[in-house]
Design a binder for this molecule. Sequence first.
Ligand SMILES: Nc1nc2c(ncn2[C@@H]2O[C@H](COP(=O)(O)OP(=O)(O)OP(=O)(O)O)[C@@H](O)[C@H]2O)c(=O)[nH]1
Length: 322
Amino acid sequence: MFSFFKKTPAPAAAPAPTAAASAARGGWVERLRAGLRKTGSSIATVFTGTQIDDVLYEELEAALLMADTGVPAAARLLADLRRRVREGKAADPAAVKDLLADALTDLLRPLEKNLVIGAHRPTVIMVAGVNGAGKTTSIGKLTKHLSDAGAAVLLAAADTFRAAAREQLGVWAERNTVEIVSQQGGDPAAVGFDAVTAGRARGRDVVLVDTAGRLPTQLHLMEELKKIRRVLAKADASAPHEVLLVIDGNTGQNALAQVRAFDDALQLTGLIVTKLDGTAKGGVLAAIAQERPIPVYFIGVGEKLEDLERFDAREFAQALLG
Ligand SMILES: Nc1nc2c(ncn2[C@@H]2O[C@H](COP(=O)(O)OP(=O)(O)OP(=O)(O)O)[C@@H](O)[C@H]2O)c(=O)[nH]1
């Protein structure tokens, strides 16, 4: 079985990661920190004073709301933080910031999960999202990671309407030297069915099904998405094994509405949150953790192949607080 972006193993359980792996992870954390700077700088300024008082908590609440954590997550974080401070662990605002990082890590922890491939062959992964969220780009990055880890991937371009979308996926397929099943016009569910059948016949490890972007308010298109899901199960009764929603981290609170709507329609198993580079709304992950804690398998902080990584709650919390 492949487990992607495996967490660094505990020292007692396995040898320490190689220097190269640590350096790569360090580089990623730096990119994440830079990407979230816009969110982090406004939260960080709250802790530049000398007093731990009501003003600090009020400013912090405002900063969290500006970062799009939403009201319930902000309230939970503040209550948790006040408790931690009361328990006597903080003497100055800088120490409070460290405690906030702990509180945020605890809140985000349920979102941490690795994508595991190999229990089914092929593992069928369906990918959905609104237009322009970064689905095709994320599929390309994911394909590269999967291929690098030795998994044979088949791509399905179930966006049969937009020629440009098929072409874009074709470019990723070529770049990663993987096969692609696509079809002009016709039924996107049929493309998914064909891809799963072909993936099984050819002994592929993963079939990644890209779907056309759509808004949750476009009910007929949401019905079409449900149909794709049903038809994948006709090709393989246990499929799809993963249903991922790609969300644009810049959409803030609206991302939460998307998660709810797509989850209700498709029973999501995971999220990919893109465009966390240069956003002031990185707090939306706290809102998701609070209200619909669906695992975040990956986060994206740029357009390059290496800009997609597994989500780590502590890393993210620390990067978010600058
Ligand atoms: N800055 C940044 N840009 C990204 C990221 N992920 C994707 N993009 C860009 O976002 C734009 C849209 O990405 P696509 O992958 O085409 O989005 P899509 O969801 O497949 O779009 P549709 O097929 O129209 O639904 C492209 O210009 C990507 O390069 C990211 O993590 N950071």
